[in-house]
Design a protein around this ligand. Structure first.
Ligand code: 1GP
Length: 249
């Protein structure tokens, strides 16, 4: 319960968190070392680890390398039920509640449940919502679901509310990795007003200003992957922006 408590405490105090997403397929030893070092220096709160489509069997070794070199928690962000390793600290146990694909609503979870239990890692029950990011992303293709239209905040709010009512502990709204248009502040505002659990926002965020505005609109955790893969020096400025949002005393 350690990581969930940490996220809930931050949410209660309006302390915004920064999660750097690492796609294990896309890092090598040197680039991962760079991301870890910059992450530690910039006080990154969380590492998310996973991808919609993994083609190399390196999830465990990447998790181990992060754990061996820093104390930043490693949270699995699995693209499917096979992406489980005891080397991580926790897993976003996702149900794709924006879609109507039963395999991603409950099928993959049934298959993954015994492995997750055996691993002993912390389970973070998460309602996962795809929002149209203006381009076909890997996740929209692989999940075979229709994202929520970007101009329909009411649908997003009702979906998030349903997720909370079903007992989920986090809501993750994602425009998909490399989205052309990240989620709008107006949608974040409407959704965050309608739920009381922490809200994770990601997909297509490429600069500190956007991360800051998302936090001001009601995001609790900002996830950035693609932009950092291209330029890991962004970690420092995005982290500073997210952590500059005033905390409730
Ligand atoms: C994707 O939300 C994450 O699932 C992060 O997206 O890679 O575009 O930052 P980016």
């Amino acid at each position: 319960m350690k990581i969930k408590q940490h996220i809930f405490d931050a949410h209660a105090n309006n302390k915004k968190l920064f999660a750097v997403l690492i796609d294990p397929d896309k890092v090598d030893n040197a680039s991962l070392t760079g991301i870890i070092e910059r992450g530690v220096a910039a006080k990154v709160d969380l590492f998310f680890l996973g991808g919609s489509l993994l083609t190399k069997d390196v999830l465990e070794s990447v998790a181990q390398q992060i754990k061996a070199n820093c104390t930043i928690p490693v949270i699995l962000f699995p693209g499917n039920g096979m992406q489980v390793t005891a080397a991580a600290d926790a897993i976003l146990f996702l149900s794709l509640i924006s879609g109507r694909n039963p395999d991603l609503l409950i099928g993959q979870q049934v298959q993954a449940a015994p492995m997750v239990k055996q691993s002993g890692i912390e389970v973070l029950s998460t309602g996962y919502m795809l929002i149209d990011g203006g381009t076909a992303t890997t996740v929209s293709y692989i999940s075979n679901t229709m994202p929520i239209p970007a101009n329909k905040p009411d649908i997003a709010a009702c979906t998030a509310m349903a997720g909370e009512m079903l007992g989920m502990k986090l809501i993750y709204m994602d425009a998909g990795s490399g989205a052309k248009t990240p989620i709008t502040e107006s949608m974040i505002k409407v959704v965050s007003k309608n739920i009381s659990i922490p809200l994770i926002i990601g997909g297509g965020i490429t600069d500190a200003e956007k991360a800051y505005l998302n936090c001001k609109a009601g995001a609790d955790i900002i996830v950035v992957g693609n932009a950092i893969e291209k330029d890991s020096s962004l970690i420092a400025e995005i982290s500073a922006a997210i952590h500059s949002v005033p905390v409730i005393a």
